[in-house]
Design a protein around this ligand. Structure first.
Ligand SMILES: *Cc1c(COP(=O)(O)O)cnc(C)c1O
Length: 378
């Protein structure tokens, strides 16, 4: 059996640089909020084209701290509604709940994975104060239309960029600069991953950046002076140093992801398999995941496994079907439900061998469709 993602091999390519970064931090005697975090924040902001980046503990905290900061700045009221897509990873909703706000789930586009702009518009009420656009699987949501809608209704537009480091729109603007603020995750398997947890907030707003900076460190910008109730959610010096090494590789790794995705898009041909939509800006997709759809998903997954190809499901149970969100169980979200039943992620990672890619394509193309009962590898 191949691996879904060979993180060890991917990191082995940078073993020396990562070891040097580790040694540098080890010997520095400074482990929390120091020169490595400052340098990484500068470099990551520059990479995104954002004015500010603030390193935090993880991607969930990045989103939560944005919302908490806006509450403290008077931009979000108690119990305000925040619209987000029903097919995202649960962290997007948890951030809203954690900040004392009300998550409102709406459907994604029927034939793409991004939030439906029509569904957002239909869900706007007098209490709606923000929209979180998730760049799911590495593809930008329809930000131009969402920006317009947000402006019309005076809503904050927040990007969940946890899966989309470096994704660009047609004008070359990068995820992290397409809304009022963005949350990034550096969980190890993300396109830009640390060797542990990490996250960042990007924004062009110096006031928001300062508030998030304060919040991540007990609500304090001056030692032992606490203007607000904050949390402890900081990016470690060590993770920042390692991320600087990984960031230098990201452009090259994204190109490798695109090369593999383009082969899948061109060469997988099976009427039982729906390939991800490649809209006009698809060249700018960063392919965190390559997600196909199949109405006989389980049979396909078992078939691919019998060919030695591991696949994963992102995500099998939508948020409104989770016990932790029982209060949303009354919602009817048929598109999100159908996606959860049909999506399947194929292996795709930088450094994946050509022969492995070829074998994934061959197995997908050989999957018997049209009523055949056979489901072991040919
Ligand atoms: C990974 C992820 C998060 C959360 O990031 P963590 O660093 O794991 O907290 C949030 N949203 C999406 C879409 C993600 O994929």
């Amino acid at each position: 059996m191949h691996r879904f993602l060979d993180l060890q091999a991917l990191l082995a390519r940078d073993e020396q640089a990562l070891s040097e970064a580790f040694t540098r931090v080890l010997r520095s005697g400074w482990y929390i909020l120091g020169p490595e975090v400052e340098a990484f924040e500068r470099e990551f902001a520059q990479f995104c084209g954002a004015a500010h980046a603030v390193g935090v503990g993880n991607g969930l905290d990045a989103l939560t701290l944005i919302l908490r900061a806006y509450r403290q700045l008077g931009r979000l009221a108690d119990g305000a509604e925040v619209i987000l897509p029903g097919n995202t990873f649960i962290a997007t909703a948890l951030a809203v709940s954690e900040a004392g706000l009300v998550p409102v789930l709406v459907e994604p586009e029927e034939h793409a994975f991004g939030i439906s702009v029509e569904a957002v518009e239909a869900a706007i009420t007098a209490r709606t104060s923000a929209v979180i656009a998730v760049h799911l699987y590495g593809q930008l949501a329809d930000m131009a239309r969402l920006q317009q809608l947000a402006q019309q209704h005076s809503l904050l537009l927040i990007e969940d960029s946890a899966q989309a480091h470096g994704a660009r729109d047609e004008q070359g603007r990068v995820a992290g600069t397409l809304g009022d603020a963005a949350g990034f995750s550096f969980f190890p398997v993300k396109n830009l991953g640390a060797l542990g947890d990490g996250g960042a907030v990007t924004t062009s707003d110096p006031v928001l950046a300062a508030q998030v900076r304060k919040l991540r460190s007990y609500g304090s910008s001056e030692k032992y002076i606490h203007d607000v109730k904050g949390v402890n959610s900081r990016l470690d010096e060590l993770q920042a140093a390692l991320l600087r090494v990984r960031l230098a590789r990201l452009g090259e790794e994204t190109e490798q992801r695109r090369t593999i995705a383009n082969r899948y898009l061109r060469e997988i041909r099976n009427p039982a398999i729906t390939l991800p939509n490649a809209p006009a800006f698809s060249l700018q997709h960063v392919w965190h995941l390559f997600v196909i759809r199949c109405d006989q998903r389980q049979t396909l997954q078992e078939y691919l496994a019998s060919c030695g190809i591991p696949t994963l499901i992102h995500y099998p149970v939508p948020i409104h079907r989770q016990a932790g969100y029982a209060e949303l169980s009354h919602l009817s979200l048929p598109v999100s439900d159908r996606m959860a039943a049909e999506v399947l992620s194929l292996p795709l990672y930088p450094g994946m061998a050509d022969e492995y890619v070829t074998s994934v394509i061959a197995a997908c193309n050989d999957f018997p469709h049209g009523g055949s009962r056979e489901n072991t590898c040919r």
